[in-house]
Design a protein around this ligand. Structure first.
Ligand code: 9G3
Length: 566
C-alpha cells in the first residue's frame, strides 16, 4: 500500500478524551475514530490487524473441533424470557421493537440463541460433543464506556458454545478451550495470565479469565509468585486463620462518644483494627443481612452475594440501620441483633475478645465472642483478598495487579439446556440435558491490549504476527523514491506486506508517523547510505538494525519475519 493513496489520518496531538496509551495511540496513528460514546469506526490499519487476530482465533478454534457459524445480532425476547434473563439485565441491554411491536434485543451474548438452535437439531448422544462458535459484534449499553475500545458499547467477540453429554465431556471441552486460548494469545504476542474468576449471573461455577497485566486494567487480580495460584479478587480465597486460643473475658460495655469509624474506635479504645468487628448491614431479596468482617479487612460483596444466592445486594440505608439496631450508623454489632441473618467471615470466627458496636449510640462492647455472645447463621470466606495476604495454596504472600480481561471460559452446566429443553437421548435411550460451556475472546479488546503491552513514547510496536504490514519503506527524498518503488515491488512479489511512504513530506514527519504506526521492519532510503550503496534496516522494537545493499534486502526481511514468528 502507498501512503498517498491510503486512508491513514495520523494526528500530531492526542485527543483530550483519550486516557490510556492504546486509546491515544489508535486515534493518533489513524487506526480508530469515535462515532459515538463507546461506538467506533475501525480504519484500514485496524481492519488489517483485526483480520489477522481473527485468523489466528479461527485456526485454533477449528483445530480444537469448533465449527464456525454466524448467529443473529437481533435476538427475540422470548428466548430471554424462557431463561429468565430478560429481567436480569436492565439498561445494559439494548432493546428494540419491530414494526409489529414485537420485542428484541441486540445480542450482548448468545447463550439463548445458540442453545435454542441446538435444541431444535440435536437429539442423540452421537451428535455430541458439539462446539459452535462465531465472531460477531456484541452490544452492551455500558453505563460508562471508557478507555476507547477496551470498554465499548459495540465490540467484536469470538464466542464458542460447547454441548456435551455430561460433566466429564464438558471438562474435556473446557480443557481444549483453555489450551487453545493460551496459544491464541501468545500467537498474538500477548502475555496473558489465566485467573480463577467469579461466574456472576451467567451461571455455572467454574470459570477462568485470561488477563493481560496492565495498570489501566479494570480487573483486579492477586497471584502467587511461588505457586500457580491466581484469581480475580472477586473470587480469590484466603487461608483461614487459626482460632485465637486466648481465654474468653467477660463482655463489657464501653462509652465511646462519637467514635464510629474503625480508626476512631481503634484509637479511642486503643485497640488494633484486627481486634475490631465491622458489622455491615445489607438488604438482600427483602431481608436484612449482617456481614461481619475484621476491622483490618474489606468485605467482598461478590462472595457475599454468591453465598446468599442473590443477584441484588445493596447496603442498608440509615433508617433500616436505625430500625434494626436501635442506634445510628457506626454502632452496629452482632450481640442482641434480632431478625438479621449473621454471615461471619472466618477471620472474625477465629477472633477472641473482639470489639463490636453495642447497637446503642456512643457505645461499643469489649470481649465479644462468637458462640457465647452471638450465634452465626453461617461462617464463610467473605473477605476481599489483597496483595500481601497469604496464598490459599502455599501460604506465601500474594501479589496484587490490575489487568485487562481479554478472554473468559465458563463451565455453564445445564442452566440453559434445562431452561430451553435442549435434551438428548443417551445410549440407553434416556433423555438428558446437554452439559454446556461458553468461551469468549474480546477480539477488538485484544487489539487494544496488544498496544497496551507493546508501545513506547513514540508509538505502537506491533508484534510481527498481527502487524498491519511487515515492512514500512521510508524514502527520504524523491531521488530515493525510484529505488523505494523497486524494493516495494520486489518485497510484494515475495508475499511480504509493505507500506510505502511515498508522500512529499520532510523526513522528520515520515519518521514520526512510522514510529507512531509501529510497523515492525523499517527500511530507510537516504542519500548518505545510498552513496555507500546501502539502505538502512531497523526493527521498530529496537532490538536489531543494519545496513545492506538493496539486493540483499528481500532475503533479510524474510529472515526477520520468520524469526519474529509471523
Ligand atoms: C446481558 C448483558 C450483559 C452481559 C450478559 C448478558 C456479560 C452476560 C456474561 C457473558 C458470559 C459469556 C459467552 C461468551 C463469553 C462470556 N454481560 N454476560 O451474559 F444481557 Cl446486557 O457474556 N457469554
Amino acid at each position: 500500500m502507498r501512503m498517498t493513496s491510503s486512508f491513514i489520518p495520523t494526528l500530531r496531538e492526542t485527543p483530550a478524551e483519550a486516557e490510556i496509551p492504546s486509546h491515544k495511540l489508535m486515534l493518533r496513528a489513524g487506526f480508530l475514530r469515535r462515532a459515538a460514546a463507546g461506538i467506533y469506526t475501525y480504519l484500514p490499519l485496524s481492519q488489517r490487524v483485526l483480520k489477522k487476530i481473527m485468523q489466528i482465533i479461527r485456526e485454533e478454534m477449528d483445530a480444537a473441533g469448533g465449527q464456525e457459524i454466524l448467529l443473529p445480532i437481533v435476538q427475540p425476547a422470548e428466548l430471554w424470557h424462557a431463561t429468565g434473563r430478560w429481567a436480569d439485565y436492565g439498561d445494559e441491554m439494548f432493546r428494540l421493537k419491530d414494526r409489529h411491536g414485537r420485542e428484541f434485543c441486540l445480542g450482548p451474548t448468545h447463550e439463548e440463541i445458540t442453545t435454542s438452535l441446538v435444541q431444535g437439531e440435536v437429539r442423540s448422544y452421537r451428535q455430541l460433543p458439539l462446539l459452535l462458535y462465531q465472531i460477531q459484534n456484541k452490544y452492551r449499553d455500558e453505563v460508562r464506556p471508557r478507555f476507547g475500545i477496551i470498554r465499548g458499547r459495540e465490540f467484536i467477540m469470538k464466542d464458542l458454545y460447547s454441548f456435551d453429554q455430561d460433566q466429564r465431556g464438558l471438562e474435556e471441552s473446557y480443557q481444549k478451550m483453555y489450551q487453545a486460548y493460551g496459544r491464541i494469545f501468545s500467537r498474538c504476542g500477548l502475555e496473558t495470565r489465566p485467573v480463577l474468576a467469579d461466574s456472576g449471573a451467567i451461571g455455572g461455577n467454574v470459570t477462568h479469565e485470561f488477563v493481560v497485566l496492565a495498570d489501566c486494567g479494570e480487573a483486579i487480580i492477586v497471584y502467587c509468585p511461588e505457586c500457580d495460584y491466581a484469581a480475580n479478587v472477586e473470587r480469590a480465597e484466603c487461608r483461614p486463620q487459626p482460632k485465637d486460643g486466648t481465654e474468653l473475658l467477660p463482655l463489657e460495655k464501653a462509652f465511646t462518644p462519637g467514635a464510629k469509624t474503625i480508626e476512631q474506635v481503634s484509637s479511642f479504645l486503643d485497640v488494633a483494627p484486627e481486634r475490631l468487628i465491622k458489622t455491615l448491614l445489607y438488604k438482600s431479596d427483602g431481608e436484612v443481612v449482617a456481614a461481619l468482617i475484621r476491622g483490618d479487612h474489606e468485605l467482598n460483596e461478590v462472595k457475599l452475594a454468591r453465598i446468599l444466592g442473590t443477584l441484588e445486594l445493596e447496603p442498608a440505608d440509615e433508617e433500616t440501620i436505625l430500625q434494626v439496631t436501635g442506634a445510628p450508623v457506626g454502632f452496629c454489632g452482632p450481640v442482641g441483633l434480632k431478625n438479621v441473618r449473621l454471615i461471619v467471615d472466618q477471620g472474625v470466627a477465629a477472633l477472641a475478645n473482639g470489639v463490636a458496636g453495642a447497637n446503642e449510640e456512643d457505645a461499643h462492647l469489649l470481649n465479644v465472642n462468637m458462640g457465647r455472645d452471638y450465634e452465626p447463621d453461617l461462617v464463610a470466606d467473605i473477605r476481599l483478598v489483597k496483595g500481601g495476604d497469604p496464598c490459599p495454596q502455599c501460604g506465601n504472600a500474594l501479589l496484587g495487579a490490575r489487568g485487562i480481561e481479554v478472554g473468559q471460559v465458563f463451565q455453564l452446566g445445564t442452566k440453559y439446556s434445562e431452561a430451553l429443553r435442549a435434551y438428548y437421548l443417551d445410549e440407553n435411550g434416556e433423555e438428558k440435558p446437554m452439559v454446556m460451556g461458553c468461551y469468549g475472546i474480546g477480539v477488538t479488546r485484544t487489539m487494544a491490549a496488544v498496544i497496551e503491552q507493546h508501545h513506547d513514547e513514540h508509538g505502537i510496536i506491533w508484534p510481527m504476527s498481527i502487524a498491519p504490514f511487515h515492512v514500512h519503506i521510508v524514502p527520504l527524498g524523491d531521488k530515493e523514491l525510484a529505488l523505494a518503488e523497486e524494493l516495494y515491488d520486489q518485497l510484494t512479489s515475495c508475499g511480504i506486506e509493505v507500506l510505502l511512504d511515498d508522500r512529499d513530506e520532510r523526513p522528520g514527519v515520515k519518521f514520526k508517523d512510522a514510529d507512531l504506526i509501529g510497523i515492525p521492519i523499517r527500511i530507510t532510503i537516504g542519500s548518505r547510505s545510498l552513496s555507500e550503496g546501502k539502505v538502512e534496516l531497523k526493527l521498530r522494537s529496537g532490538d536489531w538494525e543494519g545496513k545492506l545493499p538493496p539486493d540483499e534486502v528481500c532475503a533479510k526481511v524474510q529472515e526477520l519475519i520468520a524469526s519474529k514468528g509471523a
